[in-house]
Design a protein around this ligand. Structure first.
Ligand code: AMP
Length: 278
């Protein structure tokens, strides 16, 4: 595995692979890697000649300075975890990534006007900036994203369409702890007790699949009511949306693809998760 810090070195390292027509798989991450990330990396390894991971805590996608400051940074452990699977680990500094200032403005339309969009102003523009730059530098054949960030996948697919990029976006299923809690770098900031309680988020979502109703408001009320039984939780939103357009549905029968997306604060840690109804 090559550890690379600059854009020029990255492009040099990939030049031969591109010239030889080799396929390149890219897994963009912000580090603090866990089995969720590793599932994307293993798939990229399997499906491509060359496997590239980026590790970069991207400041332009944080709308909250404290979240950026507290975001875990564990580069040495990250490199050890991915060493056997990855050809290139690209871990640039913010100075390197933003030597050209981040003036790009994206408009992803309706997919960014719901859920995380209004909740985190500027977040998806920052995601668009870093992901488009990574795509330009790496020129991947395929790029791997986790369905844990369900809306992000829709935003990236929109980016690819809007910019006419010739690459495949590969969405990958959510990896969970045995407890059901979705793996997240932010879980590191939970105490042991908070982490145990946070397993209830997925339990409640799963229970909501088995309610005897297709009425979305009733399902949302159930989830809110069950979460409210725990002092630790503060529900930011639970939206049940069309899995393609991400627009809210009123009834599970309104679409062939329906996903519930949740954001819950467990103390001062913001957790997101989602579940598919159909
Ligand atoms: P992050 O480092 O949080 O930006 O995540 C990097 C990539 O890993 C994103 O595409 C995430 O959706 C994905 N990812 C994070 N956690 C999980 C998980 N528990 N299961 C599957 N993919 C995940």
């Amino acid at each position: 595995m090559l550890l690379i810090k600059t854009i020029q070195e990255l492009q040099n390292a990939l030049a031969k692979a591109h010239a030889d027509g080799q396929s390149v798989g890219l897994v963009p991450t912000m580090g603090a890697l866990h089995e969720g990330h590793l599932s994307l990396i293993k798939r990229a390894r399997k499906e491509n000649d060359v496997c590239v991971i980026s590790i970069f805590v991207n400041p332009t996608q944080f709308n909250n300075a404290e979240d950026l400051e507290k975001y875990p940074r564990t580069l040495d452990a990250d490199l050890e975890l991915v060493n056997d699977y990855v050809d290139i680990a690209f871990a640039p500094t913010a100075e390197e990534v933003y030597r050209v200032p981040a003036t790009e403005k994206y408009d992803f339309g309706s997919v960014e006007q719901v859920m995380e969009g209004p909740a985190r102003p500027g977040h998806f523009n920052g995601v668009g900036i870093i992901v488009k730059r990574l795509f330009d530098w790496v020129q991947p054949t395929r790029a791997y994203f986790g369905e844990k960030d369900f809306q992000q996948v829709a935003v990236i697919k929109t980016l690819v369409r809007q910019c006419h990029l010739d690459l495949e976006i590969v969405p990958c299923p959510i990896v969970r702890e045995a407890s059901g809690l979705a793996l997240s770098s932010r879980n590191k900031r939970l105490t042991e007790e908070e982490r145990a309680i946070s397993a209830n988020i997925y339990r409640i979502l799963k229970e909501s699949l088995a309610l005897n109703t297709t009425n979305v408001q009733e399902i949302k009320d159930f989830v809110a009511h069950e979460l409210a039984k725990f002092d630790l939780f503060k529900l930011e939103y639970y939206e049940i949306v069309d899995g393609e357009t991400l627009q809210p549905v009123q009834d599970l029968n309104d679409s062939d693809s329906v996903v519930g997306c949740i954001t819950v604060w467990a103390g001062n840690v913001r957790l997101i998760d989602n579940i598919r109804y159909k």
